[in-house]
Write a protein that binds this ligand. Structure first.
Ligand code: ZN
Length: 251
């Protein structure tokens, strides 16, 4: 018998225990500071070298690259290693799911990754450390070494579209999964939030683990308000245990 697919949609709340603040959520740091928001808005970034210089300084000071995965990230890895098929769809750019040990092919990064840089001209990519090393060596707005165009972090900036391929895969997972767990996300930013509704419409059990109420709470089969660091490991252990029991009730 094929085991039921578990989809986890993760947002900023899963990484706060790792010391990463919520930057891009509706109440996030960037939305509350228009000057900071310009640093991550595509139009300003491309049009203004001064914005780019400040943006590179921000990346240099950013703690995301030195952050470590926490108990919630590790709990998802444990579930996957117990043999339950798991796919993670994340709104985070910190790469902590993969760092915790989840295979990269099982993680969909809706907003890209802060761990890589990408060229806006030829789409060449590389590790962010490589670009930051050029800052340490004295460059303040390092251009692409292949084509000379503007480099940026491989994240989706405000004003940029989500990758339609990644989004299409996320939709397919939402439709196919039997359990959909939204964790640490306010479910207020579309299209990511809508995935919870899609999953529920297609018959998945919807579980929401978030400190604050979300617009999808009424649709959920279970809402958990306890801290993610303890609530998610407990929830996933129960899920794994249930999978080990004989399943005879299903048609
Ligand atoms: Zn290039």
């Amino acid at each position: 018998m094929t085991k039921p697919l578990v989809a986890v949609l993760s947002g900023a709340g899963i990484s706060t225990d790792s010391g990463i603040p919520d930057y891009r959520g509706p109440q996030g740091l960037w939305r509350r500071d228009p000057e900071a928001e310009k640093l991550v808005t595509y139009e300003y970034y491309m049009g203004d070298p001064e914005i780019r210089r400040r943006s590179w300084q921000m990346r240099r000071k950013n703690r995301t690259l030195s952050a470590e995965p926490n108990a919630a990230h590790r709990a998802i890895v444990d579930l996957e290693r117990s043999g339950v098929p798991v796919r993670v769809i994340t709104q985070n750019v910190d790469g902590l799911h993969q760092m915790a040990g989840l295979p990269a092919r099982k993680v969909l990064e809706l907003h890209g990754s802060a761990r890589s840089f990408v060229c806006t001209g030829c789409h060449a990519r590389g590790p962010m450390e490589e670009a930051l090393a050029r800052l340490d060596a004295g460059e303040d707005d390092p251009p692409c070494r292949e084509c000379g165009a503007v480099l940026k972090s491989a994240t989706v900036m405000f004003g940029q579209r989500l990758d339609p391929v990644v989004l299409g895969e996320a939709l397919a997972i939402a439709k196919a999964c039997q359990v959909f767990i939204a964790v640490g996300t306010s479910l207020q930013v579309q299209p990511a939030a809508g995935l919870a509704g899609v999953a529920a419409d297609h018959g998945a059990r919807l579980v929401i683990v978030n400190a604050e109420p979300t617009p999808y709470d009424e649709l959920a089969d279970e809402v958990v308000r306890e801290p993610i660091g303890t609530a998610l490991p407990k929830l996933l252990r129960e899920l794994a245990a249930a999978e080990r029991l004989p399943r005879s009730e299903e048609g």
